[in-house]
Design a protein around this ligand. Structure first.
Ligand code: ADP
Length: 505
């Protein structure tokens, strides 16, 4: 047990050392005030930092060291009041030296209470941190110049890209029937679309940092947005030979959201999962409803994220491994956009990973439109023109993902849907099941879409069946060929769900 009472000699030594400390500390201004705020002690540091000799400042009100603007705002009184009420008052602000110059200081005021809790005065400790403040200002300025430069760069790059995109489209049409040329144009198109994506992301970053992104909200079923996003990342996932598992509830989950931005959120998360997972890996996409929230999870068994990087992963330009093969890489913008866009929709997103090599998981929580969600799609007035009675629809597409996702989309709108993946099977099911509508891809194995349509049209009992062609080429010649084969309508890939719904209505 140590006694509270120190022997007189030790106390004297302590007081002497304390006094020496006050005298020797030069980097801190340490001084005391009486309860009214008049200066009653002044150390060497105070003299050095504020310029007053001890004898000229003792007895003066401590507002002497405040700048006129703060005196007008009654800052000195406020500081003492706060110290009295809260046990301390701390802040950073400009202060005034004797010679009228200003310096940026961080300071703290502590009330000095006696053993009965009565206020005896205050102690103030100040530190000149002008240098740090200047560096911070320079950094902020440089950061702003960088943002302005990026915004200008993105604008300057976007303008010449528009005509290049159009020219590629023209070349594509000119190249019909010339497979070699088509392949080359395909390469240009893919590279170009990567550049367009990066430039668009850059534009969005500058819009976000300047607060210029506006949401165009509408009511939309989350499942539709998910299927669309899956469609846009399909070729990336396929090229990396990943296994994709999707699980979504059959009841529509309605959001009040901007479809373009929701697509951007989902596409970014899904393409990251594909990019940062070794070829042949697994990606899981899970959508569920929890009360008035929907939870969307994109999970992969890829390279994972280290615990140190995890908290920083949503910052702008953060990339974990710069040495990583960057063939698929972007600029470290995607996740920052995801976070901002989710937050603009009132949601939150978090990243999880058990560490390097352990895969990653991104979880998005968003509010649903409660009075809509969970109802059967038939009860819901959709923003698409609503189909009065569900139709029986056959989807024929050799790409299983496309067929399955299209079927899900149509079921959400209340239709009954069958799928087939080859021409002959498509024909067989069309004849045996007699659906109201056949949605048919043109490039099919075994028998192409036009041949299947011709064969269907040979059956007089199927005359009322509506045939809709879906193809990658939207040219007049293709459309003519489809019409001649007996198709009623022609849609260009990727199918715009709204257009399709209008056709079905
Ligand atoms: P980019 O992909 O363009 O580099 P993002 O902002 O989308 O930028 O992602 C930032 C960084 O986060 C990536 O560079 C990557 O290191 C890491 N990351 C994102 N998604 C995943 C994921 N699914 N698995 C592992 N790391 C990821």
């Amino acid at each position: 047990m140590t006694s509270n009472k120190s022997p007189p000699q030790a106390r004297n030594d302590g007081e002497r050392l304390f006094h020496l400390l006050m005298e020797n500390v030069k980097d801190f201004a340490i001084f005391m005030l009486d309860p009214e705020g008049r200066i009653i002690s002044w150390n060497t540091g105070s003299q050095r930092i504020l310029g007053y000799e001890e004898q000229e400042i003792i007895g003066q009100p401590f507002e002497r060291i405040f700048i006129p603007e703060d005196i007008q705002r009654k800052r000195p009184e406020y500081e003492l009041q706060t110290a009295r009420d809260n046990g301390r008052a701390e802040d950073e602000r400009w202060h005034l030296r004797k010679d009228g110059s200003r310096f940026w200081a961080s300071g703290v005021v502590t009330p000095l209470l006696d053993e009965n809790g009565n206020l005896q005065g205050f102690a103030k400790i100040l530190r000149d941190i002008t240098e740090r403040k200047r560096s911070e200002e320079q950094l902020a300025e440089a950061n702003q110049r960088k943002d302005e430069f990026l915004a200008m760069l993105a604008h300057e790059l976007r303008n010449p890209l528009a005509p290049i995109l159009n020219v590629v489209e023209i070349f594509k049409q000119e190249a019909t029937g010339k497979p070699d040329l088509r392949a080359v144009i395909g390469m240009v198109e893919r590279s170009l679309s990567r550049i367009v994506r990066i430039v668009d992301d850059l534009l969005d970053v500058s819009r976000i940092t300047t607060g210029k992104i506006e949401l165009r909200k509408e009511r939309l079923p989350l499942q539709t947005a998910v299927l669309q996003a899956l469609e846009s990342v399909r070729s990336l996932i396929q090229s990396r030979k990943h296994q994709l598992s999707v699980s979504m509830p059959p009841e529509a989950i309605w959001l009040e959201a901007d479809p373009v931005r929701i697509d951007q959120i989902l596409t970014n998360l899904l393409s990251n999962a594909a990019k940062y997972t070794e070829p042949g890996g697994n990606i899981w996409l899970n959508v569920e409803r929890l009360g008035n929230d929907c939870v969307l999870t994109v999970k992969d068994n890829g390279i994972g994220i280290s615990p140190e990087m995890l908290p920083r992963i949503f910052e702008l330009f953060v990339q974990v491994d710069h040495s990583l093969e960057r063939a698929q890489g972007g600029l470290g913008i995607g996740l920052m956009l995801v976070k901002k866009l989710v937050e603009m929709h009132g949601g939150v997103v978090e990243a999880r990973s058990a560490g390097i090599g352990e895969g990653s998981e991104f979880v998005v929580h968003m509010r649903v439109v409660p009075e809509y969600s969970g109802r059967k799609p038939e009860d819901v007035q959709t923003h698409h023109s609503k189909t009065e009675h569900g139709l029986r629809i056959l989807v024929v597409d050799d790409n299983v993902d496309t067929a399955v996702s299209m079927a899900m989309l149509l079921r959400l709108s209340g239709h009954q849907v069958m799928t087939e993946n080859t021409g002959p099977k498509g024909l067989q099911t069309a004849i045996s099941e007699k659906p109201d509508v056949v949605l048919m891809d043109i490039g099919l194995p075994g028998m192409d879409g036009c041949q299947v349509a011709q064969r269907i049209r040979e059956h007089p009992e199927l005359a009322s069946m509506k045939l809709i062609a879906v193809s990658g080429y939207g040219q007049a010649a293709d459309q003519r060929r489809c019409r001649q084969a007996g198709f009623n309508h022609h849609l260009v890939k990727p199918v715009d769900p709204q257009k399709l719904e209008e056709l079905l209505a």
